[in-house]
Design a protein around this ligand. Structure first.
Ligand code: AMP
Length: 270
């Protein structure tokens, strides 16, 4: 496994690879990331994983400073998984690259996380634009756990790069909590709470599809869950998975949730 720390060295190492799979990550690696890597290894000749905690996508300084980082552990996991390349760039170099124009979300895109995390997706899209320009992968493997991110990145690149997004299913722990680097910030009690909430929502999803006043029902559910578990629920919405518009339909829709447990922000969708 080659660990590459700057752009020129990276470009030299990968420029002759015709079928490169790319997995962008912020480290704190877990089995969710591993599942993306395994998908890439099946589909592509070589696999490159980036580990980069992008300051621009954090709308909250504390969130950025406490984000779980453990590069030694991450590299050891990536070695075990037999990844070909790891890219761990410096912010200065990444942001020195020229890109076409500043990315701005349109008004109709400011929903779900975009509504509540000002500037977050602009930061994600900008760093993805820079990474794709440098790496030029055939496939980019991304998790459905971050469905809105996947949707927006797909949109960003569709007319701009030849790279294709490969969506990957959400990996959960044995109690159904979606794996996330942020789970490291939770204690056992908090994780147990997350599991209770997610299991209620998983059970309720098929019932929601049968309700006639979905939005009113979800508002009530949000209130009940917030008071039962003493948590803040930022959003609980049912949306069409193809265009992310609010959905009243039975099929191809997902329930999206963002909530805080002990100041740790968790998101999920199913
Ligand atoms: P992150 O390191 O959190 O920025 O995530 C890097 C990639 O891994 C993103 O495409 C995520 O959607 C994906 N990912 C994170 N958690 C999971 C999970 N539990 N299952 C599947 N993919 C995931």
């Amino acid at each position: 496994m080659k660990v590459l720390r700057n752009i020129n060295v990276l470009k030299k190492a990968i420029n002759s690879i015709s079928n490169l799979g790319f997995i962008p990550t912020m480290g704190g690696l877990h089995n969710g990331h591993a599942s993306l890597i395994k998908k890439s290894q099946k589909k592509c000749k070589k696999t490159l994983v980036s580990i980069y905690v992008n300051p621009k996508q954090f709308n909250n300084k504390t969130d950025y400073s406490i984000y779980p980082r453990n590069i030694k552990k991450d590299l050891s996991l990536l070695r075990k998984l037999k990844v070909d390349y790891v890219f761990t760039p410096h912010t200065k170099e990444i942001y020195a690259i020229k890109i076409d124009k500043k990315i701005k979300l349109l008004k109709y895109q400011k929903i779900l996380c975009a509504k509540h995390r000002n500037g977050h997706f602009e930061g994600v899209l900008e760093v993805m634009d820079r990474f794709i320009k440098i790496i030029n992968p055939s496939y980019i493997f991304m998790g459905e756990k971050d469905y809105q991110q996947l949707f927006l990145v797909k949109n960003l690149i569709k007319n701009k790069y030849k790279s294709k997004i490969f969506p990957c299913k959400t990996i959960r722990d044995k109690n159904n909590v979606a794996l996330s680097s942020r789970n490291n910030l939770l204690n056992k009690k908090d994780l147990n709470k997350a599991s209770l909430i997610i299991n209620i929502l998983l059970k309720i999803k098929p019932l929601i599809q049968k309700k006639s006043f979905i939005n009113r029902y979800l508002d009530l559910l949000k209130k009940n869950l917030s008071s039962k578990f003493k948590i803040k629920i930022e959003y609980l919405e049912f949306r069409d998975e193809n265009n992310l518009k609010k959905s009243l339909s039975k099929n191809k829709s997902r329930l999206f949730v963002a909530y805080y447990i002990n100041k740790v922000r968790l998101i999920d969708n199913f």
